[in-house]
Design a protein around this ligand. Structure first.
Ligand SMILES: [Mg+2]
Length: 281
């Protein structure tokens, strides 16, 4: 016989089942959403990393920059009477060290930086970028120039970073010539430390921050305007290497906001594009 008590029991059971389904389903829906958003980021990373790793054009850019840097050094040293205190400052990542296998691993595992960064650095296994070792040896041994490595890798990875440079047989790979990140990514103070004892004749990097702090935390438009106004420095004192994978060029589009959602980032990127007006003849 159906009583009020045994009528309620199946209703309550059904409600409980519905609640359990909702509790299980909502996080999965959210997860699917964030997965598809991060897929967009990973696809962007995929194209940039593929270009860096597989395009012959990328290699050609490196050879071109280092060859030109070598010729410029010849000119500079020839013009100096006292060449013993000359220095060249080089950035590490994506300037003389190739971390593209790290980004390839991120893509394959469907994860983003900073996951696995420490694991990658601890391997001390980054290869030299094309032409980097030849340039550094030429500068150090043929031109008697002091090489200083200024990087924004953290101090705690000093040992592994130095081991990597030594494995690649880069010249002057010692603690004294390796300046790790101090408190923020601004390299000005570290450049000054080198300038206290040496005449810095050339800087090489893949990010404008590797040359001067005037470029720091500026909008994409401002960075372009600054480069236009300082164009004579490039190919003279400043030698720039290509990096489509990451850098201030990309962060400036996001106003240097770290915690922006993938969707917001995508919208910022679309808004940053300059297209054309078909009706304007
Ligand atoms: Mg770099």
């Amino acid at each position: 016989m159906l009583t009020r008590g045994n009528f309620r029991a199946p209703v309550i059971r059904s409600l409980l089942i519905i609640m359990v389904i909702i509790i299980i389903a909502i996080p999965q829906l959210n997860c699917q959403n964030s997965q598809s958003q991060s897929k967009t980021e990973l696809e962007q990373l995929l194209i940039a990393t593929l270009w860096f790793q597989t395009s012959a054009e990328a290699r050609a850019c490196y050879y071109q920059a280092f060859r030109y840097a070598k010729e410029k050094l010849d000119e500079i040293v020839e013009s100096k009477e006292h060449a013993q205190n000359l220095a060249v400052i080089v950035d590490l990542d994506e300037t003389v060290l190739d971390n593209s296998p790290y980004f390839a691993e991120l893509i394959k595992r469907d994860i983003m930086y900073p996951h696995l960064w420490n694991e990658w650095v601890n391997l001390s296994n980054a290869k030299a970028t094309p032409g980097a070792r030849e340039f550094l040896h030429y500068a150090a041994h043929q031109k008697n120039i002091n090489i200083f490595y200024i990087t924004n890798r953290s101090e705690k990875s000093r040992h592994e970073t130095l081991k990597n440079l030594q494995r690649l047989q880069f010249p002057h790979a010692t603690d004294e010539h390796l300046l790790m990140k101090i408190k923020d990514s601004d390299k000005e103070l570290r450049r000054q430390i080198v300038e206290n004892d040496y005449e810095v004749v050339m800087l090489l990097g893949d990010n404008l921050n590797d040359f001067s702090s005037v470029f720091r935390n500026k909008s994409a438009e401002r960075r372009c305007a600054l480069v236009d106004s300082l164009q004579d420095q490039f190919g003279q004192e400043y030698m720039i290497l290509p990096n489509p994978i990451y850098g201030d060029w990309l962060d400036s589009i996001f106003n240097f906001i770290n915690n922006m959602s993938p969707d917001e980032k995508y919208q910022k990127m679309i808004r940053a594009l300059k297209s054309f007006d078909q009706t304007n003849n």
